[in-house]
Write a protein that binds this ligand. Structure first.
Ligand code: GDP
Length: 204
């Protein structure tokens, strides 16, 4: 499908294996959820066009680490031209929350001197009875990282579109404030690794 857009942003999803990165992308792009999504069946790359303001089309290009979730295993090129990093942890798995600082540290080291927009997402919010991280401590961490914080469920779809629409609006706002940056000018499709499955959804 041929798409035209005014801005393009590369968004990276980072977090421990199993936190729900692939499921979030599936929910956002396909409106689907699979109980059996495994680390090897992930969508590695997908994009979607949003229209945060009337007549302004923004292409969000999401990259999932797909099996490279150990620190230092994510290559430097993965961060190239990124505009935003979404740090994800599983609300029912404390260890994944404790890993966020490490992921954040790695992002900072890999992306200096270019500041990136950071978002913090607590996933699997449908599993309230199994919750292992309180909203308050997650919000405190988000404040420390100067990141907006939201809780989402790929299973029910709760907050998924809202979170990614907010992210889109923030990217657009920062881009307009700071002027066109390298990451918002788009890049050749030759950079998109053809070994990855690609999805492009135009709309809604
Ligand atoms: P990834 O390794 O970070 O990409 O994680 P996946 O997306 O593969 O998800 C790991 C497991 O968590 C899978 O069994 C998913 O079905 C499950 N999962 C992902 N998101 C949710 C959610 O929002 N709620 C629930 N209950 N399970 C989820």
């Amino acid at each position: 499908m041929a798409c035209a857009w005014d801005f393009q942003f590369r968004v990276l999803l980072l977090g421990d294996s199993g936190v729900g990165k692939t499921s979030l992308l599936r929910r956002y792009t396909d409106e689907e959820f699979s109980e059996t999504t495994g680390p090897t069946v992930g969508v590695d790359f997908c994009c979607r066009i949003e229209e945060p303001e009337e007549g302004v089309k923004v292409r969000l290009q999401f990259w999932d680490t797909a099996g490279q979730e150990r620190y230092r295993a994510v290559t430097r090129s993965y961060y190239r031209n990124a505009a935003c990093v979404v740090l994800l942890f599983d609300l029912t798995a404390r260890k994944s929350f404790e890993s966020i600082q490490n992921w954040y540290q790695e992002v900072m080291e890999r992306t200096q001197p270019h500041p990136l927009l950071i978002f913090l997402l607590g996933t699997k919010s449908d599993l309230q009875d199994h919750r292992d991280v309180t909203r308050e401590e997650a919000q405190n961490l988000a404040n420390t990282l100067k990141a907006p914080y939201l809780e989402t469920s790929a299973r029910t779809g709760s907050n998924v579109s809202a979170a990614l629409s907010l992210l889109c609006r923030e990217l657009l706002r920062v881009s307009k404030e700071e002027g066109p940056a390298e990451y918002s000018t788009g890049f050749s499709t030759g950079e998109e690794p053809h070994k990855h499955r690609m999805l492009c959804v135009c709309g809604p």
